[in-house]
Design a protein around this ligand. Sequence first.
Ligand code: ZN
Length: 459
Amino acid sequence: MSLDLVIHGQLVTPSEVFDGFLGIQDGKIAAISRGELDGPLLVGPLLDVSGQLVFPGGIDVHVHVSSSELHPEGWTRLTQCAAAGGITSVIDMPYDAPQPTVNAELFAAKVQRLRAEALIDAGLYGTIRKRGGVPDIAGMAAAGASAFKFSTYETDPQRFPRIPGDELLPALRKLGRLGLPAVFHAEDGEIIDALIEQLRPRGQESPRLHAQSRPPVSEMVAVAGLLELARAVTAAGFPVKLHIAHLTVPPGFHLLEHYRSLGIDVTAETCIHYLTLNEDDLEQQGAPLKCNPPLRPAAMQEALWAEVLAGRVSCVTTDHAPWPPQLKDKANIFDNKSGMPGLETMLPLLYSEGVVRRGLPLTEFARLTASGPAERFGLAHRKGSLRVGLDADLCILDPAATHTVRAAESYSIAQHSPYQGRTLQGRITHTLLRGQIVYDGQTVTAQPGYAQFLTPEFA
Ligand SMILES: [Zn+2]
């Protein structure tokens, strides 16, 4: 039998890396072989990438398609960025403008847009209104929500509200019953809002004031509070899956480990920018690097790498949230939007800064970017590993090549890269989604409509 495609390269499976052949049939991984030593050769058209690394396609569980009504990144551009960055699945946040995804009707409309406009596979978060939204959770779960997102910080009373504790408890019980992850933006509003009020008048002096307005303690107290909510709900018989989004504070990962030892099902991600940029970059580049939580001092950035290398981080995400230049050019740092692009650069950066510079094992790279998020978000039945039977989603990277980041080559509306001019070791040469080449190393070749809507399935 002839396969649709056979790839020869260094295959990165969950447990080992070896020179081998991967056969694709009908969009799935049909065979994995070490070659002649391992029985019959796989027969089919050959993509020979000998010497290059064949990773599972990246899974980014934290992106923002539509934070701005007037200037959204949109599904097409966002998934073009993903394909160019070796990422084959994303899960999109619910904080859309003008209307967040808070009920089954809005959820269904979003699924339609995704199917029409996206190029790569995607799942969706749901969320709830500030008050009275818990009854809507069931409808969104039935419609295929991957997880639910909540915030302890009020970014916007309509689009991105703080959900009070008396609403969170029933929401967490509900999600514990449904078995879906409860994902949190964890920052304390009282600490931060008081500091912003105090520092805003000086906001033209230094972009660093943004970081000072959101100190590490504001994350730690929010995380600690959420862990206690999860403990109460779990003890009451609703074992909720708690996931902390974009955790930047290294001791936070130790706190999570303690709660795991108490039987709480909790994980956390960090974002690539907290590993590759720090407060000094914010000071130099200014508003384009404004994000929440903020970039941290250089010493914390390095301590965060130690958490990654120790295996205490569940996954790395982008929090891809680009804004056009005109929303990132205000003289007072506090008047600028928060968020930056990341999909095109996450995997190359993690390879260059993690694997090459700090000795992150290749199998750990694959866990942090693919199998970890797949397992946590109910996608492991289809995605996240080089395993026979799963979707043939691949990111192929040439470790011998280098790549200099240029915003001009980006698909994003941001027209800016935080990494402009940075030369990275390793270059993505191909991205495949369900067996098809969607990025050939130069151009994104997939068309809008190729995407599938991903729904979760937990073992
Ligand atoms: Zn976000």
